[in-house]
Design a protein around this ligand. Structure first.
Ligand SMILES: Cc1cc2nc3c(=O)[nH]c(=O)nc-3n(C[C@H](O)[C@H](O)[C@H](O)COP(=O)(O)OP(=O)(O)OC[C@H]3O[C@@H](n4cnc5c(N)ncnc54)[C@H](O)[C@@H]3O)c2cc1C
Length: 526
């Protein structure tokens, strides 16, 4: 029996844990808040995939839509592999207890931007919560898996310090309850820490999305890939002072339309369907249901040109009963703000949503170095990994699918070649370090970081702003490193340090690019 440590309790981490458990391995999952605090739990729209393995045409269409959305950057072998394994993995989820919506005996399928047909399974508008519920239940009833909440992964422990080629033998983590740093030895570590949406002022991501796994792997010698491609979701609700709440693309899939102020006035005065008045038609003949990069950019530009804080998503031309049945979560959230689904125009604006780039991994989720060699004993799965599936832009509802397929592949890879070589791991070097008494400078540095990313490394970029961001990040990095070298870790310090590193990778990748593709859009390159 080998011991595997998994960092993260979203779909990728939990699914891999169940596979490893089934093969008889000991699994320790560490997660920094409650187990359910993850992007997975917040996913609304659904999971794309063809269940019927004989449906070659359906799979070919899913592959083509994914490649088209990825704008020529997808790894076709990976796309094919994920689409072909989708049916088996979705059946695994069903057998674990995930309850996808049915229409009679058939699954009810929906469509989202960039999909040429209905192929997305869902659990109303709370698909992720249903997946998370079923997976955590299954993990809770396993004897071989121990799940440690409120445990923050801080850094990986290399078998030979400074030599990534020798691999990973464990992890240092911070017990957020006691404040103690602990070292856990492992035969393999699976990083499943999700994305880094917290880098921007407006994000759909939960408070755990600070790029930790990516940063710790990079410090241990891993390469990052395609970091310039960060997806902004076009329709986050702009109401109240709350955190932006996502309005799923499935609502546009059902006919919801984006209008600016002028379009809204014309629509109300006219007798035509709203799409006729949508500014999105200037960007794509798919209008409001074009791919996310196109729609988010169109919204961003429209807001900048008109000076408005938001655009409008209208749904009053749609069947209200259907909306009520399909989007109960969104409806009740809207009601909290005095808005009515199927009646009121909804104020929406883009928000940081999904990290398309990430750790460079191979087709089994093994983490790679800059020279293309793997780091033995280290896997990256889920949003933290850049597999090549999404290319320059992720197709809606492909990320839960990619996460579950790669969680399975990484677990299978380890199961086929189990390492059984637990070594002693050193304690955290705490000598001479003091407890951080003042967190105020960190809070201010985090604000500066998020403002910099929002202003200078957002949806539309240019070289001078990117260079400005780079200089600011260098400064922040120096400041935080100074604190890091003399302080005992705290959650704020660990996350800020990680966020600055990830922001630097995003900005430097954006500066290096000489053409606009998918999500990367630099005005100087037009
Ligand atoms: C609002 C919203 C809606 C979405 N809707 C959809 C959708 O409909 N369909 C779709 O396909 N995708 C959707 N996505 C994207 C999708 O949900 C995510 O890409 C996917 O869930 C990522 O899964 P994951 O397991 O990689 O990471 P996550 O689910 O984010 O889990 C990461 C885990 O790592 C833990 N963690 C992070 N850092 C540390 C650390 N240092 N130490 C310990 N633990 C740590 C976190 O606490 C968390 O448990 C949506 C995302 C959001 C935010």
């Amino acid at each position: 029996m080998s011991r595997v440590v998994i960092i993260g309790s979203g779909i990728a981490g939990l699914f891999a844990a169940l596979r490893l458990d089934k093969a008889g391995h000991e699994v320790i999952i560490i997660t920094k808040q409650r187990p359910e605090d993850s992007s997975t739990n917040w996913a609304q729209g659904g999971i794309a995939g063809i269940l019927d393995k004989t449906d070659g045409e359906g799979m070919a269409a899913h592959i083509n839509d994914t490649l088209a959305c990825g704008d020529g950057v997808c790894d076709e072998e990976v796309v094919r592999c994920v689409v072909e394994e989708a049916g088996d993995r979705i059946r695994d989820l069903l057998s674990i207890g995930v309850d996808f919506e049915k229409d009679g005996t058939e699954f009810h399928l929906v469509k989202e931007g960039g999909h040429s047909t209905r192929r997305i399974l869902h659990a109303k508008d709370a698909t992720g919560a249903e997946i998370e519920r079923a997976l955590t239940n299954a993990v809770d009833s396993s004897d071989n898996i121990s799940l440690r909440p409120h445990t923050l992964g801080v850094d990986l422990i290399q078998r030979t310090h400074g030599n990534p080629e020798d691999g990973i033998k464990g992890i240092w983590c911070l017990d957020l309850g006691t404040g103690n740093m602990n070292a856990i030895s492992a035969d393999a570590v699976l990083i499943a820490t999700g994305g880094c949406g917290l880098l921007w002022e407006r994000t759909t991501n939960p408070s755990v999305a600070s790029g930790d796994g990516l940063a710790m792997a990079v410090r241990a010698g891993a390469a990052s890939k395609d970091m310039a491609y960060f997806q902004f979701h076009p329709t986050a609700l702009m109401a109240g002072n709350d955190k932006p709440f996502l309005i799923t693309e499935a609502l546009r899939g059902e006919g919801g339309v984006l209008l600016d102020n002028e379009g809204l006035i014309k629509y109300r005065a006219g007798h035509e369907q709203p799409e006729k008045y949508s500014f999105t038609l200037k960007s794509s003949h798919h209008g409001s249901l074009a791919t996310r990069d196109v729609v988010a950019r169109a919204c961003d530009q429209r807001m900048k040109v008109t000076g408005a804080d938001n655009v409008w998503l209208v749904t009053d031309h749609l069947d209200k009963t259907k909306l009520h049945n399909h989007f109960p979560n969104i409806e009740s959230k809207l009601n909290e703000y005095g808005l009515s689904l199927g009646v009121d125009p909804l104020p929406v604006a883009p928000a940081a949503h999904y990290m398309v780039g990430g750790l460079s991994v191979d087709i089994d989720g093994k983490v790679l170095m800059e020279n293309g060699n793997e780091i033995p004993g280290l896997y990256g799965i889920g949003e933290v990994a850049c597999t090549g599936m999404h290319g320059a832009n992720r197709l809606a509802s492909n990320s839960l699918l990619e996460a579950v397929v790669f969680a399975n592949r990484a677990a299978d890879h380890f199961i086929a070649r189990p390492n059984n070589n637990l070594e002693d791991v050193p304690s955290w070097r705490a000598e001479g370090m003091t407890k951080l008494e003042e967190h105020a400078p960190l809070v201010r540095d985090l604000e500066t970081l998020r403002k910099t990313m929002t202003d200078d490394v957002g949806i539309v970029r240019n070289f001078s702003r990117l260079q400005r961001a780079k200089r600011m990040l260098e400064l922040l990095s120096i400041e935080v490193d100074l604190i890091w070298t003399k302080s005992l870790p705290s959650r704020e310090l660990v996350e800020l340090r990680n966020l600055i590193l990830v922001a630097t990778h995003i900005t430097e990748d954006a500066i290096r690019r000489t053409e606009n593709r998918g999500l990367h859009y630099n005005k100087d390159l037009i």
